[in-house]
Design a protein around this ligand. Structure first.
Ligand code: ACO
Length: 350
């Protein structure tokens, strides 16, 4: 039975099942890198980083560690599966969101299947950068809502530190990124009023070049880079037009949260907890102010972890849940914006 209801902003389809988050977990490397540590590598300082981004420290995988996006993702996933009261054999599908996969191909999802010794379930990688976890939840939600799968594992993980430009040249980008992973298990519920109420996804590819790692790619392949031996070639480091991205982020965050609220006949005052993607504390504060939310209605942890991209919402959601900030029936809103540009929101009744 499928009920369809139309809304002013978005089409919302009501299915027989909803998906709800039954398990959460996260993992970050032990190695803490402070702003003062960064100041020893490049021309930056604690005051600038804190004032512009709110970040005090981040975790970077130390040299010699076996951690990678998939390894960290597996660590977070084990916790999430256990907390869901399930075993790896109960998982029907894997969704892995990352911009820093271990390999160009195959993706990290299949590595999770192997590392967790799972059945030969399907596994896909989602390549939507900072919006990756929101996109991943949406993909998982659709599979559960249609009745195809019962339990889907969604992972967001990033190994940024291995690919950053740690010289003065890279300071505008490098200081914001951290490593880590978060995971959620989504399970079927027959209660239509609980769990993921709706998801809202968007993209605008004309801005792809404003936040990009351009190489190596099929267009700009490794032998070509090596042959050119051009130390000024920055194409394999992340490039970000920070101010441009910032300006778009604050508009899109607002838009997509409004879209999600309206689709569910909710208002900002109904939000019990907003977890924005942790891109910049100033962006989160702007969004908080725009919706008139109190400090208790928003959760930020960028101060400790930096921007962990596809992992950031998963880590923050897990941490907020562990701290008892999410209660039964709470309206929890997740929202993200990032490279692509891509953006999205998830509206949950816990
Ligand atoms: N330390 C000290 N000075 C610095 C640093 C640094 N680490 N980085 C840049 N500066 C300098 C610049 O050179 C510039 O100096 P100038 O005025 O002499 O030219 C000055 O500081 C200001 O630089 P801006 O780039 O204008 O700084 P801004 O205030 O815009 O902050 C930041 C930069 C933090 C990156 C901000 O623009 C931002 O957060 N943008 C949005 C990020 C985001 O949302 N990304 C999306 C998700 S990421 C993803 O999807 C992968």
């Amino acid at each position: 039975m499928i009920l369809v209801s139309l809304n002013k902003y978005t089409k919302k389809t009501k299915f027989m099942y909803n998906s709800k988050i039954t398990g959460l977990g996260f993992y970050v490397p032990d190695n803490v890198v402070t702003n003062d540590d960064l100041a020893k590598m490049m021309d930056t300082n604690d005051e600038w980083i804190q004032e512009r981004t709110g970040i005090k420290e981040r975790r970077w995988i130390p040299e010699g560690s076996e951690d990678s996006s998939s390894v960290m993702g597996a660590k977070a996933a084990r916790i999430a599966i256990e907390r869901a009261g399930l075993t790896k054999d109960d998982i029907d599908f894997i969704v892995f969101a990352t911009l820093s996969p271990d390999f160009y191909f195959p993706g990290c999802g299949v590595q999770i299947q192997e590392m967790l010794d799972m059945r030969t379930v399907g596994a896909i990688d989602v390549r939507n950068q900072c919006s990756g976890f929101v996109y991943g939840l949406s993909v998982a939600d659709q599979f559960i809502k249609t009745g195809m799968y019962k339990n889907v594992l969604v992972i967001g993980a990033e190994f940024h530190s291995g690919g950053l430009d740690k010289t003065d040249r890279g300071r505008g980008v490098t200081v914001i990124f951290g490593d880590g992973a978060g995971a959620a298990v989504l399970s079927r519920t027959e209660d239509n009023n609980k769990g993921i109420l709706s998801t809202h996804l968007h993209s605008e590819g004309k801005h792809a070049n404003e936040l990009i790692v351009a190489a190596p790619s099929i267009k700009h392949w490794v032998p070509e880079i090596l042959e050119a031996n051009d130390e000024n070639d920055e194409s394999y480091f992340p490039y970000m037009n920070g101010t441009f991205v910032f300006k778009h982020a604050i508009v899109r965050f607002h838009e997509v949260i409004v879209e999600g609220l309206q689709a569910n006949n909710l208002e900002a005052k109904d939000i019990n907890l907003l977890i924005p993607h942790q891109a910049n504390l100033r962006i989160s504060q702007f969004v908080q102010k725009k919706f008139g939310l109190s400090d208790d209605q928003i959760y930020n942890n960028i101060m400790q972890y930096g921007n962990t991209t596809a992992a950031s919402i998963a880590i923050a959601l897990t941490e907020a849940w562990e701290l008892g900030k999410i209660k039964d029936n709470d309206i929890v809103v997740l929202a993200a914006f990032g490279s692509g540009f891509t953006w999205g929101s998830v509206i949950i009744r816990w």
